[in-house]
Design a protein around this ligand. Sequence first.
Ligand SMILES: Cc1cc2nc3c(=O)[nH]c(=O)nc-3n(C[C@H](O)[C@H](O)[C@H](O)COP(=O)(O)O)c2cc1C
Length: 180
Amino acid sequence: MAELVQVLKGRRSIRNYQNQEVPEEVLNLILEAVQWSPSWANTQCWEVIVVKNQDTKQRLQETLSQGNPATRAMVEAPAILVLCGKQGSSGFYKGQVTTKFGDWFMFDLGLATQSLCLAAWNLGLGTVVVGLFDHNRAAAVLGVPEGYELVAMLPLGYPAKQPAAPKRREISEFTHSEKF
Ligand SMILES: Cc1cc2nc3c(=O)[nH]c(=O)nc-3n(C[C@H](O)[C@H](O)[C@H](O)COP(=O)(O)O)c2cc1C
């Protein structure tokens, strides 16, 4: 088991995958990371669609914006985990929004996504968050019902290549002392 910091810093977006299935028990461990993610008032507004069918993967790939660097990954990875969020629950109390930000489902899904990616990496698996695509078209392919939004698609599998880490801003560039 790698140290948490090692996993946090070592995780990379993987866009090239080996032709190797993800065992069900490993997939389940990754889904457990979603299950135990924090969410607004524990609303757990996430839904995850596991796509393994090659034809469906291809149809989802077609929804990606032209030039998206994750295009090949959409059909190369043995599985695509599609994260959907229930609307009108996270950030709401008795049906009313509670903050100026309205629906917090994107925030909760972001946390769940990071949990998922780190758990996968810790198990030797790669992921890449795919956000640049036609969301309505992808939702239609997967039959996502009214009241839910398909937010991100994550190819999942064993990495074929280990990319270099894209540069990060220095801590001093984004940390403020006492005031912005
Ligand atoms: C919300 C979100 C959407 C993203 N969408 C895409 C995408 O559509 N295609 C892609 O290739 N990478 C996508 N990425 C991956 C980022 O490009 C990547 O995380 C960033 O370059 C840092 O690299 P690293 O993940 O290896 O540290 C997305 C990441 C996030 C968090």
